[in-house]
Structure formats: structure tokens, C-alpha cells
Design a protein around this ligand. Structure first.
Ligand code: C2E
Ligand code: MG
Ligand code: MG
Ligand code: MG
Length: 285
């Protein structure tokens, strides 16, 4: 069902450990059924131009609404998916649903680039290339409008193999983005060796930048790095207009975050698009 809710995940961190274990096992066992019966679906978060508020893309974020427990945090069930060996099934579902949505946006007159998150662990095998190319073929979505955000790049064990696989994905026409930039040890090495055309500064640097000069320094350096490498830098996790203004003044071009829009439903993306044309973001900052 499509609602106007804002996808606040429930907190399950404080469950007793025995209960935890049972819950984890039940999640792992229910993944396939949940994919089939609509418990797992997508939300979309706008990526906007800092200067104008124009929406230049939307990131597909997977959601799992358990009929009893409500929303399960993605970080949490994605981990369980990995443990259960179901990452590739989940990713296939997300890619399919995201490209289908991209096509439906086009039918609604909105030619919106769509970003899909891809776990670094999927770059250990070539099968991701045929999966992406099959989904593109089946949905008819323009590959040039698909961005693959590689999450947790520091988990890539073989950068040479990952470089080959990403090269093949790029050859299909897709764009490759480095998610969570700055987190983990291998960020710069991965940036050197892999064919990224975008990097997303992790929100751990964006959130404190208005009151921590160190965080601000790091953000400004990454923005300069992006200019030198000629790749787009996206600031994620922008939670207030002060941060948005500071990003604009630091030369940041693209941003994402609760201050701009929370992850929202397909229908609300279309509304957001109409609204942002009437009332550009520049009036807010
Ligand atoms: P991510 O790719 O870095 O996605 C951004 C996360 O930050 C999302 O959390 C989003 O809801 C949240 N966020 C956006 N703006 C703000 C903000 O202003 N403040 C704060 N505090 N948070 C904000 P979400 O949806 O819980 O996803 C968490 C992570 O789960 C994602 O991080 C991504 O790594 C992973 N993920 C989500 N969907 C998928 C998927 O389909 N496949 C894979 N492999 N990973 C996914
Ligand atoms: Mg992402
Ligand atoms: Mg991110
Ligand atoms: Mg992140």
C-alpha cells in the first residue's frame, strides 16, 4: 500500500539477546516470502541541486514493513540478508523495482535519474553484471539514468576484480557512485582504482560541519577533491538549513537529507517534483 508516512524505523537494539537470535533467524527465513508478498518495497529520497532546489535524481532505499513489528531498519535486515546469502536476491528485486519506477516516472513526464545501492560484497562476483544488464533489458529503463551507489567500499577484498566488474557495469551505460565516502580505511585507494563518477560524503562528516571546524575542513577538502578529479560530490544527511547554506557557500553542488526531503513514496516524488518547480529551495536558504 502507498501512504504518506515518513518511514521511521522501529528501535530493536535493546531486545534481549535470545529474542534477538530468534528474530534474526526468523528474518533470514522470511526474506524470500517478504520479497514475494510486498512486505519489502522502495522509498525514494530526492537528490537536489543546492543552488536551485531542482531534483536531479532520486535514491531508491529498500524498506521492510513487518505486519506485526512494523518497519525494520534497513541496515539491520540487509545484514541479515547477507548472512542468509540472500543479498543478490534482494538486489535483483531492488534493481527491478527501481528501474520499473524509473520507467513509470517517465510515463508521468518526469525523466528522473535513479540511484540503487549495491553492497560492496556483490563486487566479488561477475554475476552482478548480467543481473544489471538483464534488469535494464527487461524494464527498458535507460541505463544512462541508472546510478549504482557502491556502499561500504572498504569491504571490497579484490580491487582489481572490482575495477573490472565496475568497468563492465559502466560500459552498459550506468554511472558508478562511491557511497559512504570517508568511512573505513580504503576510501582513497578505491577512489584511485575504481571508475567512480560521483562520491557521496558520509553524513558523519556533514552532520557536525556547522559546529566542528575539523568536520568542515574535511568536507571542504572532499569538495576540492571532487573538483580536481572532475567527479560530482553529493553531501548526504543534510538535516538543517544552516548546513545547507554552509554547503552552498563551500561550493557543494548536490545534496540530500531530511532538511530537503525524507525518503518518500513514488507518488510523493511526483508531487515533490511539481512543488520544487513552483517553490525552489533557494527561497528557503
Ligand atoms: P545510504 O545509502 O548512505 O543511504 C542514506 C541513509 O541515510 C538512508 O537510511 C536515509 O534514510 C538516511 N538519511 C537520509 N537523509 C538523512 C538525514 O538528513 N539524516 C539522517 N540521520 N539520515 C538520513 P536507510 O534508508 O536507513 O538506509 C541505510 C543504509 O542501508 C543505506 O545507507 C544503504 O547503505 C543501505 N541500503 C538501503 N537500501 C539498500 C538497498 O536497496 N541495497 C543495499 N545493498 N543497501 C541498501
Ligand atoms: Mg546510498
Ligand atoms: Mg550514503
Ligand atoms: Mg551512509
Amino acid at each position: 500500500e502507498k501512504t504518506n508516512e515518513t518511514f521511521e524505523p522501529i528501535c530493536i537494539a535493546d531486545m534481549a539477546s535470545q529474542e534477538d537470535l530468534i528474530w534474526n533467524i526468523s528474518l533470514q527465513a522470511r526474506i524470500d516470502a517478504a520479497l514475494d508478498n510486498g512486505e519489502i518495497y522502495l522509498a525514494f529520497q530526492p537528490k537536489v541541486m543546492v543552488q536551485t532546489g531542482e531534483m536531479i535524481g532520486a535514491e531508491a532505499l529498500v524498506r521492510w514493513k513487518d505486519p506485526v513489528k512494523g518497519h525494520i531498519p534497513p541496515d539491520y535486515f540487509i545484514r541479515q540478508c547477507e548472512i542468509a546469502g540472500r543479498m543478490s536476491q534482494l538486489t535483483k528485486f531492488v534493481l527491478g523495482a527501481a528501474c520499473k519506477a524509473g520507467k513509470d516516472f517517465e510515463d508521468a513526464g518526469l525523466h528522473l535519474p535513479i540511484a540503487v545501492n549495491i553492497s560492496a560484497t556483490l563486487l566479488h562476483e561477475r554475476s552482478i553484471v548480467s543481473m544489471v544488464s538483464r534488469v535494464l533489458e527487461e524494464t527498458g529503463f535507460d541505463p544512462r539514468r541508472l546510478t549504482l551507489e557502491i556502499t561500504e567500499t572498504y569491504r571490497i577484498s579484490n580491487l582489481d576484480l572490482a575495477a573490472e566488474i565496475l568497468g563492465e557495469l559502466k560500459a552498459l551505460g550506468t554511472k558508478i557512485s562511491m557511497d559512504d565516502f570517508g568511512v573505513g580505511a580504503a576510501s582513497l585507494e578505491a577512489l584511485l582504482k575504481l571508475p567512480f563518477s560521483e562520491l557521496k560524503i558520509d553524513r558523519m562528516f556533514i552532520a557536525p560541519m556547522t559546529n566542528d571546524p575539523k568536520a568542515l575542513g574535511i568536507v571542504k577538502s572532499v569538495l576540492q577533491l571532487g573538483r580536481d578529479l572532475r567527479i560530482i560530490v553529493v553531501a548526504e544527511g543534510v538535516e538543517d538549513t544552516g548546513t545547507l547554506t554552509l554547503l552552498r557557500d563551500s561550493g557543494c553542488v548536490v545534496a540530500q537529507g531530511f532538511a530537503i526531503s525524507r525518503p518518500i513514496t513514488f507518488d510523493r516524488i511526483i508531487e515533490y517534483h511539481r512543488h520544487s518547480q513552483d517553490e525552489p529551495l533557494r527561497d528557503m536558504v
